[in-house]
Every structure is written in C-alpha cells, then in structure tokens.
Design a protein around this ligand. Structure first.
Ligand code: 4UV
Length: 539
C-alpha cells in the first residue's frame, strides 16, 4: 500500500518469519483442524467437578449446538450473548455458534441490568445463554434465555442446544470477513462499543501465536493449560480457549479464582501453561501457600492485560523458578494480540524483563508521534499502531469511531505509548487514551461521567485513574456540583454510582472541585487531573 512505500517510515516486524495462514475458513474448522490425532484427549476439564469433555465430544457438541441454535431460530449473522462465568458450556456454545455462522457477544455476568441492557439492545442479541441466578437481570430484553442449570419459568434448558440432533446441523458457508465474536470495548475513547472480530481476524491471531515451525507461543498437545481468566474477556477467549483448541492441549477450567484452589489444580493436573494478569502475579508472589504445593510442572507463565512491574516480575520468578515468565500485550480491537514474548518460542530468543514482547508475525507495527503522526525510530516513544489480518473489522454500527481508530492506511491506533528497543522488544510507557484498567478489566471513564452528570446535583464530572497496588489502577471522580451549597457528599456520589455498575467500575474516591480543566475545544484535560488524583490523595 502507499503508506508502506512512503519514504522514512519506520516499520517494525517480528523476528519470526511470516507464515502461511489459512484464514479463509470457519474459525471452528481451523480450531479443529488437528484433532484427528487427539480425539480421546480431554479438551475441557471442569476444575471443580472434574467433569471432562474430549476433543471428540467437543467437536460433536459444536455441531449439536449449531443444530440447536438453528432450531431456536438463530440464523447466520444473528447475535447470541454468553452471560457466563467460566464453565465448559462457554467454549462449547461459542464453537457451536461458529459452526452456525452466528455471532457471540460476551458480557460479564456480574454486570448490572443497566450495563447489560445497553450492550444487548445495541447488538440486537436474540438469545442469551446464562445461569438461573442471572436471568432476572435480562428478563425484560425480549431475548430467548437458555440456562446451563435448571431453567426458571420462561427459560429453556441447555439441552435444547447440547442434545439437538447433529444431523440437523445447517451447512453454512462463512465469508472470512463475517463477524464471529463481538466483545465490547471502549477503545481509545467514549462508551463501550461492539468490536467486530471476524473468522479471519481470530484465525490470524491464533495462528500468529501458536502456528508455524517455530511458534511464538510454543505449547503442544501434551500441555495442560489452566483457564482462570474470565472467558468473556478477549485475552482468555483468544489466547487461552482458541489457542488451546488449536494445539489440542487440555484446558482446566476454574470458575472462581482463589489461590489455593489454583495451586491445587496445578498440582493435580500438572499444569504446564499459566496465563494470568498482574494482580494474580502479585497474589502468587506474596502467597506463603506456594511452597505447600508441587508447582514444578509449570513451564510457561503468560501475563498481560495490564502493566507488570519489573520488581513484581522478579519476586514472582523466585516462586516459580522452573518457568519462563513473559508478557503478551493485547487490545480487544487488535484481534487482540499485538506483541508476545519471544522467550515463549519453540526456539526462544533472549528477552529483557519488563518488555511486552515483540510484535507478532504476519503483522506490522509503527510508533508514531501522537501530535504529528510521524513514525519514529527505535528507542523513541510514541503511539503504537498495528496493521495485519488479525485486527478488527470495525466497531458495530459506528463508522466514525472505526475511522478514528483504523486510519486510511489500515493502521489501528492503540492509544498506548510505547517504544521499541534495538532488540525489537515493545515497552509500554504511558497511555494517551482514557481507559482505566482495574485488574485488567476496562473501566470506561465516559460511562461513569455520563452516570455522574445524570445526578440532579452534579453539573460536570471527569473520571481518571489513580495508581493502586492491588488493582493497578482505580477510578476517581472530579465533580462540580450544580451550586457550591448543593447538599451532596462523597459517600452519596459513590453510592449513586455503585448501584449502577459492576464492582470494578465503582469510584474509589470523589473530589469536589469548582471546575474541570478543559481544552479550548471542550475536551477534558485528563493529564492534569491524573496528576492531581495521584498527588491529592493518600497512596
Ligand atoms: O481491550 P483490552 O481489555 O484488551 C486486553 C487484552 C490483553 C491480552 C494480553 C495477552 C494476550 O495474550 C491476549 O490475548 C490479550 O487487555 O485492553 C487493552 C489495553 O490494556 C493495556 C493496554 O493499554 C491496552 O491498550 N494492556 C494490555 N496488555 C498490556 C497492557 C501489557 N502487557 N502491559 C501493559 N498494558
């Protein structure tokens, strides 16, 4: 393309050679491509109950579920919602939906009815798969509701999907650009939006990680991975579920993360691959329990979704001396993986602590000056941009937000400030986007600001991150009251928000101010507030 040819552009690539990626097929066919030799291997193991599904059963169930979805009126391109904590049914229904040619949107089952309504109405979800405990939150949305456990009145049992006749499985031709997954993300600005990930995007992303003679993430069918990260988040959906299916390794599923339960599962199933996030790294580094379990099977620890400090990484390595510890850097819109630690490769490369890995193969990265758009050489920090077959098709029904994120040259702008060192490793140093990350979960300031100004006594509000050891960041609000003597306390504001949002979006503190600093164009000057949120409050 013309951008590539421009003189003076600095473009970064993986140290691994490009590979041929067969991304013009159904994502489910791609995931099942190698199962023939592993049919009786456990694909999914429910950690709590021990219940297992082999690859043979998983593949058969994907066709049964596709038939069941069809019977329930789900056509190609229709959206179904998974409102599930981690459980075997999540990947089974996801794969069934791939086979049907429908689209899965994922949401946190702890979301409030308000949060769920916004997403499920916007994407026109037709059917929801959930547990009985969450049904009341989605009753009014006019969707069919299927429950994994015993169905409350008006809902259907999951047997309508799992026990359908696979002979009724519809033959569906998918186009590589058909959407297969629709996670929600606020991206670089504004409210959460539906991220259209296609069969091509997800096949490409998985291939960039685990395919090729020298895979970037080298795990094989003999490996055992543990899935404790929430499946509704793209990190788990892609790098844990889809990657494990592609290589035919076993996946031990944890519904509720708890450190001793995790250590027990590692010991029991001889877990070799441990994908986690920084708060769990912290939990393990600090836990005296690790010595009570045999965790010597763990050979690879992948951390991502939020920054991992070097000291923390060092103290963690002491607990798991036999493992290679490294980071992956992802963003929902990027498909999601942008860079991956090359020490995880089959023929590994030397890497530095604190790096987020090297750009994945079959993709290009640029670091641009956020003000001028000029691309920058090694060592200079700027906005990380990525291009490749794995990035999203766009935001659902939002061409403007799409155009603001993917430029005419096909580059996806991340809103992360990073530099690439002379060893081609990515170091994230700052963020120019609004998003706050609480334990790796997205907290979109625009959503909280919208709720705050809906309060009759609040005129203006701005929400910014404040550093926090346990969570990485927590949201704090700057609030302007309608008048100086308006009767409104910090606790009242916190409670007003808390009842409307999932736990990790709750405000940590509220600071009453006379005005919110804005640019001449009316944009909140978040940098100023971020500095104040760190300085004004006790750490
Ligand atoms: O959209 P999102 O919630 O997406 C993610 C996805 C993360 C990963 C990580 C490893 C994988 O293997 C994988 O499949 C997915 O978090 O949030 C995107 C933003 O989170 C920050 C950064 O600001 C992104 O734009 N972030 C993600 N990973 C890192 C990170 C990291 N390793 N270090 C620092 N910040």
């Amino acid at each position: 393309s013309e951008v590539r040819g421009k003189k003076g552009e600095y473009i970064y690539r993986s140290k691994l050679p490009d590979i041929e990626i067969h991304n013009n097929q159904n994502l489910a066919s791609y995931c099942f491509e190698k199962i023939a030799d592993h049919l009786d291997r456990p694909a999914l193991i429910d950690g709590a109950s021990g219940k297992q599904y082999t690859f043979r059963e998983m593949e058969l169930l994907s066709r049964k579920i596709a038939a069941g979805l069809d019977k329930q009126g789900i056509s190609k391109g229709d959206v179904i919602a998974l409102l599930l904590p981690n459980c075997p049914e999540f990947p089974l229904v996801f794969l069934g939906s791939c086979v049907r040619g429908s689209v899965v949107t994922t949401a946190n089952p702890f979301y409030t009815p308000g949060e769920l309504a916004k997403q499920l109405i916007a994407c026109k979800a037709k059917l929801i798969v959930t547990f009985a405990a969450y049904v009341d939150k989605v009753r009014d949305l006019g969707c069919k509701v299927v429950t994994v456990d015993s169905p409350p009145e008006g809902c259907l049992p999951i047997s309508v999907l799992m026990e359908a006749d696979e002979k009724d499985c519809p033959q569906v031709e998918v186009d590589p650009d058909d959407v297969v997954a629709l996670p929600y993300s606020s991206g670089t600005t504004g409210l959460p939006k539906g991220v259209m990930l296609t069969h091509k995007s997800l096949i490409s992303s998985v291939a960039q990680q685990v395919d090729g003679e020298n895979p970037n993430l080298n795990f094989q069918s003999e490996d055992v991975m543990v899935c404790l990260l929430p499946m509704f988040h793209i990190y788990s959906l892609n790098s844990v579920l889809l990657c494990s299916f592609r290589v035919c390794c076993s996946l031990v599923i944890m519904t509720k993360y708890e450190i001793s339960a995790l250590l027990g599962l590692i010991q029991k199933y001889k877990v070799t691959v441990l994908p986690i996030v920084p708060p769990i790294v912290l939990g393990i580094a600090k836990s005296p329990l690790v010595g009570d379990y045999d965790v010597s099977s763990v050979k690879m620890v992948l951390c991502g979704a939020a920054p991992l400090g070097k000291e923390l990484e060092d103290s963690f390595i002491e607990k798991l001396p036999g493992a290679v510890v490294g980071q992956g850097y992802g963003m929902t819109e990027a498909g999601p993986v942008l860079s991956m630690c090359l020490a995880f490769a089959k023929n590994p490369f030397p890497v530095k602590p604190g790096s987020c890995g090297t750009v994945v193969r079959n993709a290009e990265v640029k670091i641009v000056d956020p003000d001028t758009g000029v691309s920058l050489p090694h060592g200079q920090p700027g906005e990380m941009c990525i291009r490749g077959p794995q990035i999203m098709k766009g935001y659902l029904n939002d061409p403007l937000a799409t155009a603001n994120t993917i430029d005419e040259g096909g580059w996806l702008h991340t809103g992360d400030i990073a530099f690439i060192d002379d060893n081609e490793e990515v170091f994230i140093v700052d963020r120019v986007k609004e998003i706050i990350k609480f334990k790796g979960f997205q907290v979109p300031p625009a959503e909280l600001e919208g709720l705050l100004v809906s309060h009759p006594l609040i005129r203006e509000a701005a929400v910014v991150p404040k550093p926090n050891e346990a969570a990485g960041e927590v949201p704090v609000a700057f609030v302007v009251k309608v008048s100086k003597d308006a009767d409104l306390t910090e606790d009242e504001v916190k409670a007003f928000i808390a009842k409307q949002v999932v736990f990790y979006k709750k405000l940590h503190s509220v600071i009453f101010v006379d005005s919110i600093p804005t640019s001449p164009s009316g944009k909140i000057l978040r940098k100023i507030l971020r500095a104040q949120s760190g300085a004004n409050l006790p750490k």
